[in-house]
Structure formats: C-alpha cells, structure tokens
Design a protein around this ligand. Sequence first.
Ligand code: UD1
Ligand code: UDP
Length: 384
Amino acid sequence: MKIVTIIGARPQFIKAAAVSRAIGRYNDQTSNSEHRTLNEVIIHTGQHYDEGMSAVFFRELEIPEPLYNIGIGSGPHGQQTGRMIEAIEKLLMTEKPDWVLVYGDTNSTLAGALAAAKLHIPVAHVEAGLRSFNRRMPEEINRVLTDHLSTLLFCPSQVAVDNLAAEGISSKRAPDSSPLTPQILVVGDVMADALQFAANKVDTNSDILNCLGLKPHHYLLATIHRAENTDNPERLGNIMSALSELAKREPVVLPLHPRTKKILTASHPSVLVSDSLLRIIEPVGYFDVIALARSSRVILTDSGGMQKEAYWLKVPCITLRDETEWVETVETGWNVLTGADEKKISNTAQNFTPPAEHPSLYGDGQAAKRVIDILVERTADMRK
Ligand code: UD1
Ligand code: UDP
C-alpha cells in the first residue's frame, strides 16, 4: 500500500512526524510481505524552506527524507498554490498512490488535496473539521475545500465532526461502497503524539533557557505570524506595543516567524533592535520551543498549534485573534481571546490565573496509530 504524504509548512512537519513514526512502527510489527508493508512517499512542497522553518524539524523529529522537494517557495496565494498543484499532479501520476495524506490548512494542504481528487486518488485529511467561521482567513478557505475533497476525514474532536455535519459532510453510506465515499473519524490530535515524543527528549536536547538566561515561570513566550495580524499595521502595532509594555516587567521571548520579521523590518525596525526584555530571536526548533513553552508563565500567540501545546503543557494561553478553531481550550478557561487589543493583552497576561480544572482534550497521544490502522482497514475494504 502506497501513501503519498504532502507537506510544506512548519506545523505540517511536526504533525507528519507523528504519522511517519506510526507507519514505521506498523511496518516493524507487520510481516514483511509486500502487500502489507506501508510505503510512504513524502513530497515537500518547499512552502517553508529556511533551515529553522524546515530542515531542523526533519532532523529533530526523525522524519524520513522527502523523495521529492518541489521547491515552490513563497508567492501570492494563487501562484503558490497553482504551482504546487501542477508539480504535485505530475508526481501523483508517476507514483500512483493508494492514498494522499494531507495535514491542516495551508496552501500545501489544499494543493495536495485538489491535485489528488482530480486524479480520483482518495485524500485523507488529518485535522479535518476545524473552523474559525472567518472566510477572510486563507486557512479557512483551505480547510473547507480540503474537507469537501477528502475521503477520510480525521477529526481531533466531536466539535470538528459537528462542523463537518453542518456543511453536509458525514459518513452517510457504508464506507466500502465506493473508494471515495467520505468517512469521518475522531482520532484525536497527532500534535499530542508529537508532543509526547518530544517531552522525553527536551531535557537532553534543549539548553535554550540557559542560553537566554531565563528563569522558569518568570517569562512570557510569544509568537505572531497570522496574516490577519502581520498584514494589518494597526493590529501588529497594538500587539507589539502590548509585548513591549509587558517586557518592562518580565522577559518576553518572541521567536520571530520570517513573515513577521519581513514586515516588522519594514514597519517597526526599532522594535527589532530594542534592548528591553523583549527578546526577539530567530524561529527555534521543536525541542527548544517546547522547552520554552513548558516553563513560560503565559503563552501569547496567534498560532493554532501553540494554543494546543499551551493547553497540554498546562500553561495559560492568550490568543491574539478574534476567534479560534480550538474552542474547547477557551471553554475550559485556559485560553483567552484578546484579539489585538493592547490593553486586554497586557491586563490578561499580568492577571491570568488558570482554572483548577484541566479536562483532557484532543485525544491521548495515539492519534497517529489510529490514522494508520484506519487507512489500512479502509484500503482492505476498497480492495474487496
Ligand atoms: C503558512 C500558512 C499558515 C500557517 C503557517 C505556519 C498558508 C496560506 N499559510 O503561513 O496557515 O499557520 O504557514 O507557519 O498556507 N518565509 C521565509 N522563509 C520560509 C518561509 C516563509 O522567509 O522558510 C517568508 C516569505 O517572505 C513568505 C512569508 O514568510 O512570503 C510567508 O510564508 P507563507 O508560507 O506564504 O505563509 P506563512 O505566513 O508562513
Ligand atoms: N514552533 C516551533 N518553533 C518556533 C515557533 C513555533 O517549532 O519558533 C512550533 C510550535 O510549537 C507548533 C508549531 O510550530 O508545534 C506551530 O506552527 P505555526 O505556529 O507556524 O503554525 P500554525 O500552527 O499556526 O498553523
């Protein structure tokens, strides 16, 4: 059975690492007959390409080397997505996989799903059903379209299943009645698997707190990269002012996404050379970011992945957005939406007392195994 995995952006490397590891385990445990072995072919779209945005994750998380890197790089949405589709289509026609596996909501996700669906290759979408209900987000467009193109929709929670149902996507017929009939499954979140893998390795693989001279629980960790923040000067200005204000009291570490760095270099160059406790650093690898996250007092972020990591690590989270897909984290009281409201960000960060309750969310760290078991089972059904 052949699976083509299509990835291209930082969070996808982290998610795919968990599933590639589950494929490896499956192959180790299964007899070596060619029929039963899973052959994963990785296509890297090249959407992210800096060492600190791509290669570091392959190294740290032991992700198999992509067979193809189509090197699309940066560009406007239509150009970037269109070039990806063209290149992926050619590779899929050569590789003829049983499945195309895509993750999350980036342009690489949509390009992979579209190229596959037009070739009648079933698409499996990991992190299906997430919605912000904000169609101005490129990610929302990518998610909606990818879900509507997918055969296997792997959801992290019941909320995601309900979102799909509201759009008319449900497991309507017997799953084996057609190779392309949608099937929706709650498997949990593969990012929990990734975090469990890293948790055992952070102590020996990260010295970042020492390097930055940080005392555990006496600093804040921030990340900013969403277009709605970076591309809106007022929002970005407010967020940076709030972080600068907070940095008068305690260190604020900001590993800066290249998108944000490019914009700040043009619009707020003084922030980048500031000598306050606002510590702007290059993006860090996974072990370093988890080391920083787990010992921070509060995380301030517009990242999807980091909202969940904050929750799993029991660190209060401030989400610098007006809405979130990860609504359960807000409902529990561990995540507060502040948008780009300077005062609200600052006040919430200073006064955040997390609730005593911390219910389990998004699975048990075994999502990747479920994804693989279901893919194998569904393939067997399709071949009957
Ligand atoms: C993309 C995803 C977003 C995801 C994020 C994860 C889309 C539409 N957006 O946003 O959903 O949350 O990745 O980080 O797919 N750049 C570099 N070096 C790199 C990569 C990017 O310098 O290795 C710069 C380029 O100037 C580029 C800009 O960052 O134009 C934006 O990159 P792009 O991949 O288009 O979008 P992200 O903002 O990274
Ligand atoms: N991350 C990282 N280094 C950093 C910042 C973030 O490894 O400098 C990790 C973070 O812990 C999470 C993932 O990248 O696992 C999230 O990616 P990102 O925020 O770029 O995208 P999103 O999740 O918002 O799509």
